[in-house]
Write a protein that binds this ligand. Structure first.
Ligand SMILES: Cc1cc2nc3c(=O)[nH]c(=O)nc-3n(C[C@H](O)[C@H](O)[C@H](O)COP(=O)(O)OP(=O)(O)OC[C@H]3O[C@@H](n4cnc5c(N)ncnc54)[C@H](O)[C@@H]3O)c2cc1C
Length: 492
């Protein structure tokens, strides 16, 4: 262990990239680092690989059925039939590189954090295993190995944080703060002071009016370096996730903020009992989006039965994932920014679950697709006991190469209508474009980093996020080394 004074590093975001960067900084013996993770999520780390546990509390007639989101969605009693479990962002992940497989995924599997998904998968278009088929969800074919967090996609990030807490908390070297939204960063001599809003005002879906009343500002202290891991944190101040980096980071954020986004809706739907039919025993379905699609399906991209995932057995809960095209059309209709005041517009349940909103639209599309798959137009679905959708305005970055003809700009944000997710090494064009990318973005003169899938040239997903976070952390470690002179004073 080095004798140099501890460098205090702030990691903004507790998704795969943030927790991986933090662990790399802490585990590395060449650097003496104190690491704090700040995440705006109220229920703990996970980010876009998040999970929801719902207690259905109230059923309304008509289109809106609600429940209480359990504040801590770690599994308390897996046999509690009144609790519904959903991965509501990332559904699975895959493994491309040997580094990700050997250094991370195999270790997670050995520790019980992750496991292979063994559900039954259907691709409604080709029913083929062609990995180059662009319609496949995240490049998965029915033969491709898919992995999940055991007990929910969020568990991997949570377990990594727990490991860091076990080893480093007692030495005061690590802390992870939830419901803490970094909203401003000030340069103070050679350091940074971070400011945050905490509690309910920090959450992305608190109504703007309520958020303004609850808004509070706390100083998070001084830090020597920062790793930011969320693309939305680079937005101007109008956006709820903005961390205020634009003012001090200058152009360095542009590489991240200008990358086109692929937005998605997810819809969590639970039935009174599992859908069980001899004609329909699938656990994951990738829907036909091609031009030749018989039914006009520009709404649904994927559907997954959560009970088919490792650590779960309750097959009542499904997560439906929209197409980017459907989401972009909705963002155009129901913008994320008020067109007159310019204020951030959080998603409201009235919109999400209303008669024409994404929940009902996606559910109807799912019903139609299942009828089509089974060939039974009278297919009877069990009663719906819970339904809730969520907009993911920056679900993942536009994969490379970016086809400019598919881009659409809405209120200054560029979206990709038809992302092509392909098996990377088979795409020469994408390989050439990727050569120009590092896995992270760094400010030339300051210890300021951007990491995450938005900075990576890899296929978007947990692999891109983890390897980006680790690469940023490793680079930071080399720069910290030259950060102190021999007497232990900061040089930069
Ligand atoms: C609906 C959906 C489905 C997906 N499905 C798949 C899939 O099946 N397979 C696959 O490979 N990939 C999938 N992905 C992509 C995958 O989830 C991401 O690539 C990956 O999770 C990115 O991790 P990350 O750490 O880079 O970012 P994130 O997980 O987004 O982490 C960033 C964190 O920063 C926090 N944050 C933002 N601003 C602030 C702030 N100002 N202060 C504090 N905290 C802040 C956020 O709340 C978030 O927790 C999906 C994504 C979505 C949204």
């Amino acid at each position: 262990m080095t004798n140099k004074p501890a460098a205090k590093i702030a990691v903004i975001g507790g998704g795969f990239s943030g927790v991986s960067a933090a662990k790399e900084l802490l585990d590395n013996q060449d650097v003496n680092a104190v690491v704090h993770i700040f995440d705006q999520g109220g229920r703990g780390p996970g980010g876009r690989s998040s999970h929801r546990r719902i207690k259905v509390c109230e059923q309304e007639s008509g289109s809106c059925i609600t429940g209480i989101v359990i504040p801590d969605d770690d599994r308390i009693n897996p046999n509690d039939s009144e609790v519904l479990d959903f991965d509501h962002g990332c559904q699975f992940f895959r493994v491309e590189s040997e580094e990700f497989k050997n250094e991370y995924v195999n270790k997670w599997i050995n520790k019980g954090f992750a496991a292979k998904w063994n559900g039954k998968f259907l691709n409604t278009k080709s029913k083929s295993n062609d990995l180059n088929d662009e319609i496949l969800f995240f490049g998965f074919s029915s033969k491709c190995e898919m992995y999940c967090g055991v007990g929910g996609m969020h568990t991997i990030c949570r377990k990594i944080v727990s490991e860091c807490e076990e080893v480093y908390c007692k030495e005061n070297k690590f802390k992870c703060f939830r419901a803490t939204r970094v909203k401003d960063i000030l340069r103070k001599k050679k350091q940074y002071e971070l400011f945050a809003t905490t509690g309910k005002a920090a959450l992305h879906d608190t109504a703007e009016s309520e958020s303004k009343i609850l808004e509070n500002t706390v100083s998070l202290g001084l830090f020597d370096g920062i790793i930011i891991t969320d693309a939305s944190a680079s937005f101007e101040n109008w956006h709820r996730a903005s961390c205020g980096i634009r003012r001090i980071g200058g152009d360095f954020v542009n590489e991240v903020s200008k990358r086109p986004r692929v937005p998605l809706f997810t819809c969590m739907v639970a039935f009174e009992k599992p859908i069980s039919s001899i004609d329909f025993d699938y656990d994951g379905i990738s829907f036909d989006l091609g031009k030749g699609a018989k039914e006009n399906n520009n709404i649904l991209w994927f559907a997954c039965c959560n009970g088919s995932k490792p650590g779960f057995s309750d097959k009542r809960c499904w997560t439906l994932v929209s197409t980017p095209e459907y989401c972009i059309n909705e963002i155009q209709r129901e913008t994320m920014q008020d067109k007159i005041t310019g204020e951030f517009k959080p998603q409201t349940n009235e919109y999400l679950n209303g008669p024409l909103g994404p929940s009902q639209t996606m559910f109807k599309a799912f019903q139609n697709q299942v009828k089509k798959i089974t060939g039974n137009t009278n297919f009877l679905f069990p009663k719906v006991i819970y339904i809730q959708s969520q907009r993911w305005g920056s679900a993942f970055p536009s994969p490379l190469p970016i086809h400019k003809s598919h881009l659409r700009e809405i209120l200054g944000v560029t979206y990709n209508l038809l992302p092509r997710l392909q098996k990377i090494e088979k795409t020469e064009e994408s390989y050439r474009e990727r050569q120009q990318w590092k896995d992270f973005v760094v400010h030339d003169e300051q210890l300021l980093y951007y990491a995450g899938d938005y900075c990576s040239s890899r296929q978007p997903g947990p692999e891109a996020a983890v390897l980006s976070g680790v690469a940023a952390a490793r680079d930071l470690i080399t720069r910290i080394d030259g950060y102190y002179d021999d007497t232990g004073k900061r040089k930069l």
